[in-house]
Design a binder for this molecule. Structure first.
Ligand code: CA
Length: 104
């Protein structure tokens, strides 16, 4: 029984010691972004429009600035939100050619 407990404790210790590296990997993947995914949830949706609007209204919001700059003019503006809306409606948009930081 003592050997089983010792093995269990060793396994838990091993798992816990690996946890920091798992956290680091998750943080590394957070640096990836897709143009238009302003809120960084992995999807381009109406929530990204709301995220940009909240940012422009100076509400506290988590925003991925590079992803929110849909028009690629170096600024976050209403036109970025509008281009996401046009993309979602199937209209011509600057998002028609999606960019990610993997392509830059
Ligand atoms: Ca999003």
């Amino acid at each position: 029984m003592k050997k089983a407990i010792a093995a269990f404790v060793s396994a838990v210790t091993l798992i816990l010691s690996a946890a920091p590296s798992l956290t680091a990997s998750a943080a590394e993947t957070k640096t990836a972004w897709v143009k238009g995914d302003a809120n960084g949830d992995g999807y381009v949706s109406i929530s990204d429009v709301t995220c940009i609007q909240n940012y422009l209204a100076d509400f506290p919001v988590g925003i991925v600035l590079d992803a929110a700059d849909v028009t690629c003019d170096g600024k976050i503006a209403v036109s970025d939100a509008t281009n996401i809306q046009r993309f979602l409606a199937g209209l011509p948009s600057s998002l028609d050619r999606k960019l990610s930081n993997d392509e830059l």
